[in-house]
Every structure is written in C-alpha cells, then in structure tokens.
Ligand binder design. Sequence first.
Ligand code: SF4
Ligand code: SF4
Ligand code: SF4
Length: 341
Amino acid sequence: MTAPPEDEPVVHLLWINAGLSCDGDSVALTAATQPSIEEILLGGLPGLPRLDMHWPFLASEGGPDGGPDSFIEWFHRADRGELDPFMLVVEGSIPDESIKDEGYWCSFGNDPETGEPITTGEWLDRLAPKATVIIAAGTCSAYGGIHAMAGNPTGAMGVPDYLGWDWTSKAGLPIVCVPGCPVQPDNLSETILYLLYQVTGQTPAIPLDDNLRPAWLFGETVHEGCDRAGYYEQGQFTTEYGSPRCLVKVGCWGPVVKCNVPKRGWINGIGGCPNVGGICIACTMPGFPDRFMPFMDEPAGAKVSTLASGLYGDLIRTLRGITQRAVDSEPEWRRRRRATH
Ligand code: SF4
Ligand code: SF4
Ligand code: SF4
C-alpha cells in the first residue's frame, strides 16, 4: 500500500474515547477487515484523502499534558480552529455534569491554563461547531447504552441527546450513529470510509435512518440474516444451549432488531451472535438495554409468533418430509437394466 502524495489535503480524525466507555469500540476497530483501518490510514483504497488519525488507542505521541508535543494538543489545535477539515469520533456516553454536587463524571486531558480537567461534555461543546462531521461510535455514544440505564446516577446520554437530534455540522451533516456494543468492526470502518469520501466531495450524502444509523447497514433485522431462521420457520425452537435450533425461547430478540451481524459476521466474516449460539440482546437498538431485559427470558411478543410458527411448522415439516424422501433418491431409470431378449 502506498500512502497518498504528501501535497494532498489532509483530513484529521479526532477520537474522544473518554465518554462513559469501556473502549470496546476502539478494540473492535482494530479487527476491521472490510476495509481495515490500515487500508484507510495508508490510502490503500482509490480516491482516499490523506488521513491523520488522533486516536488514543494507538497514539504514540508523548510529552507533558497540554505541551506542544502532547497527544491532547491536537484537540486544542482543533479547538483553536487550526485543523480543518476534521471528523470527530465520540466513543462512550456523555454524562450530565450539571447534576452532581462536586468533581466531574469524566474528562479528557487538562486545560493548559488552569490545569483543571476538561470534561467530555465541554470538549463536545468546544469541538462540535468546528467539526465537519461527528460519528457516534458504539451504542453508548449513539443512544446512551449501558451507562444510561434507568436509575444511573450520571444522567448519561448519547451524542444526539446531548447536541440535539436535529443538530448538523457546519458542513450540514447530521450526527452519524454506528451502534453496537461493541460496534461491528467493518460497520464502523466502512462508515468512516464513506464519510472520508463524502467530505472530499466524492459521494452523495450518507443515507441515514430515523435513528441516524447508516441505512444500508441497519435496514434489515437479525432474524432476516440468521443462519437459524429456517428452524424458526419450521417451528423448531431450543430451550437449552448447544442446539442448532432457533434461540427465541432462550431470549433471542432477533426478529425485531436492526443489525447486520449475522450476515456480516464479526471478524473477517466469521461469527455473528445467533449464528454461533448467542442470543441477540438487541445491542444496536436505541432502547438497549432497558427495553430488552431480562436478557435470558423469551421476549414477550415471541409467545404468539412461536405458537403460530410451531403449528404451521409441524404441518410444513410433515409435507416437506414427504417431498424430501422423494427427491433424496435417484430416479428409477438410473440402474442397470436386465436384458429382455
Ligand atoms: Fe463499551 Fe458497549 Fe459502550 Fe462501546 S457501546 S463503550 S463497547 S459499553
Ligand atoms: Fe431469529 Fe433469533 Fe431464531 Fe435466529 S435465533 S432465527 S434471529 S429468533
Ligand atoms: Fe447486538 Fe444482536 Fe447484533 Fe449481536 S446480533 S451485535 S446482540 S444487535
């Protein structure tokens, strides 16, 4: 791979992983293969602009916090308007700093003048007006996720809840949410790739659904891409793990969840929750996790559909059995025939 020429314009990517976050989406991105992050960074795909990525996960810059050689200085430069264009990736949910008595919920580097921590929310306030596009990576950043469960003390929320669902960047782009807990690696790398092409004028506007997800990645349900869907259709459900049958009775939410993981796999096309025996817990959905708990119980709405599928499936399997026996044998005439004369 050859990086684009030095004189081509640079797009900066600033990554804040200091929301309420476990860094799972950063880890996930290292596993992307279509495209890989190496291909994006080294310009291994046609038409890519030079990308300068400021990602805590792999950054090598040292230097004292706030000094000219420090990693965090890139963020101060963006804040001073010295980086343009830049894409802002946010990982983790944003706590509500106004609802605590003292201290702070989460921060990212220090203010060089005061030495005080800069909260994650303040970074969003500073950088959002200057960013060309904001990507919410992972469900926490998109919709609040696990940290925003009912009863949490932090008031955690996703980036669209923090900035407003109709927020648009100075370039007119809405927030782009790539949910998943963690995000499916290629979904994120492909979205970054799309937006790099878009900010350099090479693609039309990214198509998003009502929850700001890339429409082509989240347009179908888990169930529609699941390896086990044939068992569901035939009314064959398992009530224990270790079976190849449909997992809906042990808690799979796949029929109503928008996610392409069973089709795309997890790494290099391999894996994909129900395909490999794990129930779908709906981690890409705005209501995750509260609306889908307790996780190991059969979804309430599944009782009627599995009853209908069970009745229909019994009949279909019987009829299919008859057809299968007929087609699972050679035609009569493919035998040595005894001479008749
Ligand atoms: Fe971690 Fe999941 Fe939140 Fe990503 S969405 S930061 S993987 S808890
Ligand atoms: Fe649908 Fe889940 Fe059953 Fe797969 S395991 S067929 S996604 S209900
Ligand atoms: Fe999350 Fe379900 Fe997709 Fe797995 S299949 S990644 S649990 S939404």
